[in-house]
Design a protein around this ligand. Structure first.
Ligand SMILES: [Cu+2]
Length: 69
């Protein structure tokens, strides 16, 4: 299990968190997603290291912008 951290901008509430969590959870190998609208922190736990670009694309799909942290 590995965890990868990102910083997300644009989230304001729990619905934003859910949108990000739903999209990132779809990525292969992702086991757990922790996201906070308050801090912008996104932590992705996965069986193998995730492709950061895939996570950034998934967050973008949800309507927000992420950068590796
Ligand atoms: Cu929101």
């Amino acid at each position: 299990m590995t965890t990868t951290e990102f910083q997300v901008t644009g989230m304001t509430c729990g619905h934003c968190e859910t949108s990000v969590r739903d999209e990132v959870s779809k990525l292969p190998g992702v086991e757990n997603v922790n996201v906070s609208a308050r801090t912008g922190a996104l932590t992705v736990s996965s069986t193998d290291p995730v492709d950061p670009d895939a996570v950034l694309a998934a967050v973008s799909e949800a309507g927000y912008t992420a950068t590796p942290a």
